[in-house]
Design a protein around this ligand. Structure first.
Ligand code: ADP
Length: 296
């Protein structure tokens, strides 16, 4: 079983011609509301690809919370570990321009109420524990501690980036970052060298770097091996949620016993698929949809 400890947000998306500059007011071409949050997205992506997934998180006692729980559960995710907090459900405002570039503001709300006790009691049987940075450090640390106790692989996507608490990662953990996050952790220079540096800095964990249209690079600490996973060429429409689809597909692959390079290759493909469709969760593929797309 895969347990995702992470956020649930109501996403308000505005499609615009061009992202506005400070002080400007512009008209959107269209707007929509959808289920989002990195934790929910990752859990849904993994469940649609056939993994047994539970989500641990927090929503408010409001309509947004009800809607999120219903839609995540409908994708096959076990949501019994999502608590109702005395704070409004998390929200995100997403602007997407004509070139599929995006700009996102998140209000954490109930996600920021997720505490260590809730995580510790909800993360039970797990082979993989996945978490991100839209929940407090205490929740992230509790998830890592539970993973260690259960002998589960800990997969961290530290997004949005903040300084990593000490002792969070170590041998056997997998750190997944995009290029901006890698730059914050390991500076400038060729990706492979920086992935190696990040691995050394964080206790000899494995490091997977997503590279947008270029795919991803996997650095495995054991043996110091590096694998490049090339993304299929696609016409990107909206890259919102690509990184989360990547994470979900990655852990679904690992849970199906693919090796890390095989799981990363599937993740790259799922990320590219999602880039060709508007929205996040609503555009995530099932295994059949991904197979059909690959053959087309
Ligand atoms: P994030 O969205 O977290 O910043 P990336 O931009 O690196 O992360 O994208 C994550 C993954 O999504 C990539 O590894 C790739 O698989 C896929 N992806 C994103 N943008 C594109 C694109 N333009 N073409 C093909 N695949 C893409």
């Amino acid at each position: 079983r895969v347990v995702v400890v992470g956020s649930l947000n109501v996403d308000r998306t505005f499609r615009v011609e061009r992202l506005p500059a400070a002080g400007h007011t512009i008209h959107a071409r269209s707007s929509s509301t959808a289920a989002g949050g990195k934790g929910a997205n990752q859990a849904v992506a993994a469940a649609l690809l056939g993994a047994d997934v539970a989500l641990v998180g927090a929503v408010g006692r409001d309509r947004g919370g009800d809607d999120l729980l219903a839609s995540v559960a409908a994708a096959g995710v076990d949501v019994t570990g999502v608590v109702r907090a005395d704070a409004p459900t998390g929200e995100a405002v997403v602007l997407v321009d004509a070139d599929a570039e995006n700009l996102i503001v998140v209000s954490g709300g109930a996600n920021l109420c997720l505490d260590a006790a809730a995580v510790t009691s909800a993360v039970r049987a797990a082979r993989f524990v996945v978490t991100g940075f839209e929940v407090p450090d205490d929740a992230v640390l509790a998830a890592a501690a539970r993973a260690r106790e259960l002998g589960a692989r800990f997969v961290l996507n530290p997004s949005p980036m903040r300084p990593l608490p000490g002792g969070l990662l170590g041998p056997g953990a997998l750190l997944v970052v995009n290029e901006h996050e890698l730059a914050m952790l390991a500076g400038d220079g060729p990706v492979a060298g920086r992935a190696d540096a990040a691995s050394a800095r964080f206790g000899g964990c494995d490091v997977l770097v997503t590279l947008g249209a270029r795919g991803a690079l996997l650095h495995e600490a054991a043996g110091g091996r590096t694998a490049e996973l090339v993304a299929p060429r696609v016409d990107a429409v909206d890259t919102t949620g690509c990184g989360d689809a990547f994470m979900g597909a990655l852990v679904a692959g690992l849970a199906a016993d693919l090796d890390p390079a095989g799981a990363a290759a599937r993740a790259v493909e799922a990320g590219a698929y999602v880039a060709t469709r508007p929205g996040a969760q609503g555009s995530y593929p099932t295994s059949e949809e991904l197979t059909r797309w690959r053959r087309a």
